[in-house]
Design a protein around this ligand. Structure first.
Ligand SMILES: [Zn+2]
Ligand SMILES: [Zn+2]
Length: 341
């Protein structure tokens, strides 16, 4: 099938290029791969078929992807069809940033442990395939060359300070400090150090792209948080729902940390239409991981918490939606908690 991909990385890797981006129809990450040794994209395939230049981050491309081929350590991989890539347009970050906000993570799961690499043995113990791509916004970063001449980047993220390989060879800036930027983080293929044949390989964490953010995109604290229920609903569905002032629901739905779970065909208790959009927010109570409810009717455009409804109604919604899209597979807090893999 042909899809449109907003490219968020085209970086060097062993044997070719690592191309990755977000599908504009589903907002899912896609890493196109060929069936080569390292799943790389040959360098010549990452050229725009019209201009013959390498595809850049923030290019919108049309690409044929044929089959999802997830790996334990790279679940976003898709086999890439034979049609040459074509750049439809290049975006300025100011234009696409509002659409990307829901994909920007504060704490990618693989930045929580402070280690620069992951053992392949760890991946085998995970129950599901882990996300291997993440978009992280940082206040600053520093690009430098280490003693071996490798380009590296340091930044703060996930509660740790990082010094990781910087594989974005299309980034034209010099070494030195940069201000606010988006980093495309990726987990690499298993890589063996030649100097140590006895050692098993490792999956290294790396920064595959750097996109500078203009200062005027800095968050405005007087507005609802970008990942509030109200803001996400506006971006995804084009309306900001009405909210009753009872139990400070407006306040709660304006806070950060919400995400959209899925749609359920259950009749709205207010208008009777079967069009309920379910939003959730992770929280912890008595060491138990739980999720708040934000139930939005797509017809009468009203948002409410679960207390408005009787327990049976909420239990029914819960049963239907968990059968469709388990909350633990879309909640970044749950995903970050590696016991869920
Ligand atoms: Zn309704
Ligand atoms: Zn959760």
């Amino acid at each position: 099938m042909k899809v449109k991909l907003l490219v968020l990385a085209n970086s060097r890797k062993t044997g070719g290029r690592c191309l990755a981006g977000i599908r504009t129809d589903t907002l899912e990450w896609v890493r196109p791969v060929t069936a080569g040794n390292h799943n790389e994209m040959p360098t010549h395939t990452c050229l725009d078929s019209v201009t013959n230049r390498q595809i850049q981050p923030l290019d919108l491309i049309e690409i044929e992807i044929t089959e999802s081929v997830p790996l334990k350590y790279q679940r976003e991989n898709w086999l890439y069809g034979p049609t040459p890539l074509r750049v439809l347009q290049h975006y300025k970050i100011e234009v696409v940033y509002p659409k990307l906000i829901s994909k920007v993570e504060k704490q990618p799961w693989f930045l929580k442990d402070g280690k620069t690499r992951i053992s392949p043995l760890d991946f085998r113990t995970y129950k599901t395939n882990a996300p291997s791509l993440s978009l992280l916004e940082v206040a600053s970063a520093e690009i430098f060359h280490n003693q071996r001449g490798s380009r590296r980047i340091s930044f703060k993220g996930g509660g740790n300070t990082w010094d990781l390989p910087f594989t974005d060879d299309l980034y034209a800036g010099p070494d030195g400090k940069v201000g606010r930027c988006l980093l495309t983080l990726s987990i690499g293929e298993e890589w063996h150090r030649d100097s140590d044949p006895a050692d098993h390989g490792w999956h290294y964490k790396l920064v595959a792209a750097l996109i500078l953010l203009p200062e005027e995109l800095a968050p405005d604290s007087s507005k609802p948080a970008a990942d509030s229920l109200l803001a996400i609903c506006g971006r995804l569905f084009g309306f900001v729902p009405k909210v009753s002032e009872n139990r400070n629901q407006i306040g709660r739905f304006s806070t950060a940390g919400w995400f959209y779970q899925d749609l359920v065909r259950v009749n709205c208790e207010l208008c009777g239409n079967p069009d309920l959009l379910v939003f959730r927010k992770h929280f912890k109570k008595y060491a138990k991981e739980m999720h708040y409810w934000g139930i939005v009717c797509g017809s009468c455009k009203t948002a409410s918490d679960s207390k408005v409804f009787n327990k049976k109604f909420v239990a029914k919604i819960n049963e239907l939606i968990e059968a469709k899209t388990e909350v633990a597979t879309v909640c970044t807090e749950c995903i970050s908690n590696s016991k869920n893999f």
